[in-house]
Design a protein around this ligand. Structure first.
Ligand SMILES: CSCC[C@H](NC=O)C(=O)O
Ligand SMILES: [Zn+2]
Ligand SMILES: [Zn+2]
Length: 418
């Protein structure tokens, strides 16, 4: 029963979802002009910051009545992971809304929902005559899905960012099939691990020691065993998924290849495997490095390896990269109360299994909570048929109204700059 001329929070969400922002060639121009347009209608100050060319950052600002105290930031990323169209029940950029109210699109959960909810919440607060004490910023950043290096990493390091004088920030979280909203106080740190084996080549029929494939397979087995011990903690209910080290194989490479394919009767002299490794913030990185060096890719087995650390475990002062979720962090209590004031329940704070741009902000010593208000929703980020139900999306706007008004009204703690 919806006509295309309707202009509602839902149709604006659908419009934002229809921009094709998937890697490797995300369109940043079109969603930014849409958001600029929305911001101007609502009456927010706008700024586009292009630290890396063609990778713009959009910053929207609602000036507080006291712009001298630290401000608050609501961040989301503009980009999305790819989608295999033919495997979806509705095309991933159609933003099709079913009769049940499910809106299908790549980015519906990750994380275009929050990008629009921030704006809709502010639109409602403005129309009610709300006046924030603290300045409120909303940022839309590129490149999160590929590590944030040309996005939030450089933005967080810029004078523009420093000049925001942030006291607190919020970034994306994850859906929950249950009826509570989840909230995240830390991310795991991603390492890209590549192990390479060299060995004696030889006839495919020959039995001998120290072939490259044998050397690699030994490591693959050891890594699989380690993976199993970590996974067993999760299966036994001792730890959450995000509290253990995950090491998942993403590719295996070997063989002698010609234009007609693999040569089957030759044992190759080189073989390689790639792993996605994630470390919880309390992990001792030296123990991990030692394990890789001595067990997983030992030089005595003709192995070499590379580790690309795509994040940090400690902040610039050497503290684990975590935001306190107790009374020592006044922002936490305000956030929690504001969510609960809408009648919603908040789950126990968690570490996020994956990695977001919030690590670059936490690294500066600024508290950040990861939060995407989606309850009773299957976790479909990076999956086929990603969707969000319209009623869940609308509830999220109400939640952000409460959260934004409470956080921006926080007067601070006497004797402390917060
Ligand atoms: C290597 S950092 C990549 C960040 C990415 N973020 C969302 O999925 C992730 O893989 O968690
Ligand atoms: Zn995301
Ligand atoms: Zn993602």
């Amino acid at each position: 029963s919806s006509s295309s001329s309707e202009d509602t929070p839902i149709t604006r969400f659908q419009q934002y979802l229809r921009f094709i922002t998937t890697h490797p060639n995300p369109n940043y121009t079109a969603p930014i002009s849409f958001l600029l347009n929305q911001a101007q209608t609502i009456g927010l100050t706008t700024r586009t910051i292009e630290i890396v060319s063609n990778k713009p950052i959009l910053l929207l600002t609602w000036l507080g009545s006291n712009p001298n105290i630290p401000s608050i930031l609501f961040n989301s990323h503009l980009d999305s992971v790819p989608a295999e169209s033919d495997k979806w029940i509705h095309p991933p950029f159609s933003a099709h809304r079913t009769i049940n109210g499910n809106i299908y699109a790549r980015g519906a959960q990750d994380d275009k929902c929050i990008g629009v909810q921030y704006l809709e919440a502010i639109r409602n607060l403005k129309s009610r005559g709300f006046v924030p004490l603290r300045t409120i910023h909303i940022s839309y950043v590129p490149e999160e899905e590929i590590g944030g290096f040309d996005g939030m990493m450089k933005f967080a390091d810029s004078s523009e960012f420093r000049d925001l004088n942030l006291g607190f920030a919020m970034d994306e979280g994850q859906a929950n099939p249950g009826d509570e909203f989840r909230v995240f106080y830390a991310d795991r740190t991603p390492w890209e691990l590549v192990i390479k084996a060299k060995g004696a080549p030889g006839h495919g029929a020959k039995l001998y020691d120290n072939s490259a494939m044998e050397n690699l397979m030994k490591s693959v087995e050891l890594i699989s065993k380690f993976r199993e011990t970590q996974f067993d903690f999760v299966k036994a209910g001792r730890f959450a998924n995000s509290e253990v080290i995950s090491v998942n194989p993403v590719y295996l490479k070997g063989g002698t290849v010609t234009s007609s394919g693999f040569v089957m009767n030759m044992q190759p002299s080189e073989a390689e495997a790639g792993y996605d490794l994630r470390l919880p913030p309390m992990t001792d990185p030296d123990v991990m490095r030692k394990r890789i060096d001595e067990e997983w890719a030992p030089s005595i087995r003709n192995m070499t390896y590379t580790v690309k650390e795509k994040g940090m475990l400690r902040d610039h002062l050497g503290r684990p990269l975590m935001t306190p979720t107790n009374d020592s962090n006044p922002w936490w209590s305000i956030f929690k109360q504001a969510v609960e004031a809408t009648g919603a329940k908040l789950a126990k704070p968690e570490i996020l299994a994956s990695t977001t741009d919030s690590r670059f902000i936490r690294n500066l010593g600024i508290p950040v909570l990861g939060f995407s208000p989606m309850s009773n929703t299957p976790i479909l980020l990076h999956d086929h048929n990603e969707f969000l139900e319209d009623t869940v999306f609308m509830k999220g706007i109400e939640v952000y109204e409460s959260v934004i008004s409470a956080l921006s009204s926080f007067e601070g703690v006497s004797g402390q700059v917060i």
